[in-house]
Design a protein around this ligand. Structure first.
Ligand SMILES: *Cc1c(COP(=O)(O)O)cnc(C)c1O
Length: 351
């Protein structure tokens, strides 16, 4: 079976042997304050920063999931007014989680076929001290380009910009400097087993968290950054996945090269869709995701197509949220190998 589900998704084939290696080398039985763990954790972070071009002065944290990142950011920056700009289910969920912690937040929704309008943001009556964006909205297959995020940053230079990049980090070359926090769980574009996320934070974000000093939670950013000064976490982390992430980051091409490959595959998929009468939910190619495609069709067809693919050994993603019934989704993640894509296209052609 090959999974085209956009999370949990197809693992890199090398993961199997690295899991055995993790077992054999004994790291999985080491204490998370031990020198061996610290060395491995540091190595993983340095490889990640190196492969993804993360600026030196950004801090990488390990958390358990993207959902936990919503929580960490919500409570660590709870005093700040938070503006959520989204067009789909994950952006909305983030907003709702934040509202549960404090009503000190507002939302602006935008069309799935457009880039968010900056004019609309002028009508917000409170200055957004924090702006929350979803770079790649996994539920509908849209993305925000680097230049869009940069524009929002330059319109609100004093705000902190937080970005959910769960289904793009590891595949897309992100412009780190244009935002203060970027996070992703690893079961999507990183091609790793579920149960961990990485959160990449600017110095400005970490300093701000320290000055707000909200430290009543085990996963407060203040406490997390104290521990991360020595490459550690506040709780016993997912040592296996930290190990796997480190190994994979040593092995994959640079993010520029990976992104180039994914963009080429996207062009090939788009040609395929138009030649075979498949309709992407997102008609504006400017906002269509590089890593998750949502295809719109009749409710019955969705089931039929997904079943046919499944019988042939390929799992397609279901629709999600508002688009649950009339779309299916295809991941364009780097762990998926070329022959599987060719074979899936053959199946879809004849369906
Ligand atoms: C999958 C996903 C999440 C949630 O990830 P978890 O690892 O389940 O917490 C959040 N945001 C986006 C954009 C996602 O795709």
């Amino acid at each position: 079976m090959v999974s085209f589900y956009p999370g949990p998704s197809q693992l890199y084939p090398q993961v199997k042997n690295y899991m055995i290696e993790a077992y054999d080398c004994g790291i999985l039985s080491k204490n998370h304050r031990s020198p061996d763990f610290i060395e491995m954790s540091q190595k993983t972070i340095l490889s990640l920063k190196n492969k993804l071009n993360i600026p030196k002065d950004y801090t990488v944290f390990f958390t358990s999931s993207a959902t936990e990142c919503w929580e960490v950011l919500g409570q660590s920056f709870i005093d700040l007014f938070s503006l959520h700009i989204y067009n789909g289910a994950f952006g909305e969920k983030w907003y709702q989680y934040r509202r549960k912690l404090s009503p000190n937040a507002a939302a602006v929704e935008y069309s799935i076929q457009k880039t968010p309008s900056l004019n609309k943001l002028k009508n917000i009556d409170v200055y957004p001290e924090v702006i929350c964006l979803t770079q790649n909205e996994t539920s509908n297959g849209t993305q925000l380009k680097n230049r869009t995020i940069k524009k929002i940053k330059s319109q609100f230079p004093d705000s902190l910009l937080f970005v959910d990049a769960t289904s793009s980090m590891g595949g897309v070359a992100l412009d780190w400097l244009s935002a203060d926090v970027w996070y992703a769980s690893v079961q999507k574009c990183f091609g790793l087993p579920a149960g961990m996320a990485v959160m990449v934070c600017s110095k400005k974000a970490v300093e701000k968290a320290k000055s707000l000093n909200n430290n009543q939670h085990y996963n407060s950013m203040v406490f997390m950054s104290e521990k991360m000064e020595n490459w550690q976490t506040t709780y016993t982390p997912n040592i296996l996945t930290i190990f796997l992430l480190g190994k994979m980051m040593e092995e994959v091409p640079t993010i520029t090269e990976t992104h180039r490959i994914l963009k080429q595959r996207k062009l090939d998929w788009e040609k395929f869709f138009s030649h075979n009468a498949y309709s992407p939910l997102i008609v504006n190619s400017q906002v269509r995701s590089d890593t998750v495609f949502a295809i719109k069709t009749h409710e019955k067809e969705v089931e039929n197509i997904r079943n046919k693919a499944e019988e042939a050994g390929f799992t397609l993603g279901k629709g999600y949220g508002k688009w649950k019934k009339n779309t299916f989704r295809i991941a364009n993640f780097p762990a998926i190998e070329e022959p599987a894509i060719t074979q899936l296209k053959e199946i879809l052609k004849n369906t």
